[in-house]
Design a protein around this ligand. Structure first.
Ligand SMILES: [Mn+2]
Length: 212
């Protein structure tokens, strides 16, 4: 059995992503679940998306949607998400692609193909979390990519451990029923990108080395 790996909230930090993936060195038996927020804030959103797409040559890859991709996909049709996109780092993404229109010309198929979550027997990988008390199949996508303390401050009732991101902590937040691996990559220059790894019966983390 290969490793099951979660990576989230890369936010255009191509060097941190490359360094972490190099340390992980994925093989054909491994699965990487990319849990959203590929873009915005950091300078290399386009390179980050190219890199995560290219990883499917080396291992099984799952691509989830994050809040920043949700805002991107709704920026043309909804003033609120347009505001969110342009005020939370979208300018860096447009610059990385050359223009806002280019984001869709170059990677539109990728952004439109992103999944809401990835479920295994032991884990649920999801960008932000779930609204507790509602069945998984009835969850609202907005909650799944934007929810914060209403989720992580309470115990949930799913049999799986939930691996999530979206809310940053200084180090992985480890709770009995959930683990957050957003360690502020892209938001704070000296914060690492963190990977959650499940291998046989072990759970551990790997982080990008200190690239400033
Ligand atoms: Mn994020």
């Amino acid at each position: 059995m290969g490793r099951l790996i979660g990576i989230t909230d890369i936010h255009g930090e191509y060097e941190k992503l490359s360094s972490l993936l190099e340390d992980i060195t994925p093989t054909k038996e491994d699965t990487i679940v990319f849990m959203g927020d590929y873009i915005d804030r950091g300078e290399k959103s386009k390179e980050v998306v190219d890199k995560v797409i290219s990883m499917s040559d080396f291992c099984n890859c799952i691509y989830l949607i994050g809040s920043h991709e949700y805002a991107l996909l709704h920026a043309n049709s909804d003033e609120y998400y347009k505001y969110l996109f342009w005020n939370y780092g979208g300018d860096a993404t447009a610059k990385s692609y050359g223009s806002f229109e280019n984001i869709f010309k170059i990677h539109g198929d990728f952004f439109n193909s992103l999944k809401p979550y990835y479920l295994t027997e032991k884990y649920l990988f999801i960008h932000a979390g779930i609204r507790i008390g509602i069945p998984l199949e009835a969850q609202d996508l907005v909650d799944m990519v934007y929810i914060r303390s209403e989720f992580y401050n309470h115990k949930h009732n799913l049999p799986q451990k939930i691996i999530f991101g979206h809310t940053e902590f200084d180090k992985p937040l480890i709770m009995e029923d959930k683990i957050c691996i957003d360690t502020g990559c892209g938001k704070f220059k000296n914060h690492p990108l963190t990977a959650f790894i499940s291998e046989n019966e072990k759970e551990y983390f790997m982080q990008s080395s200190d690239i400033i």
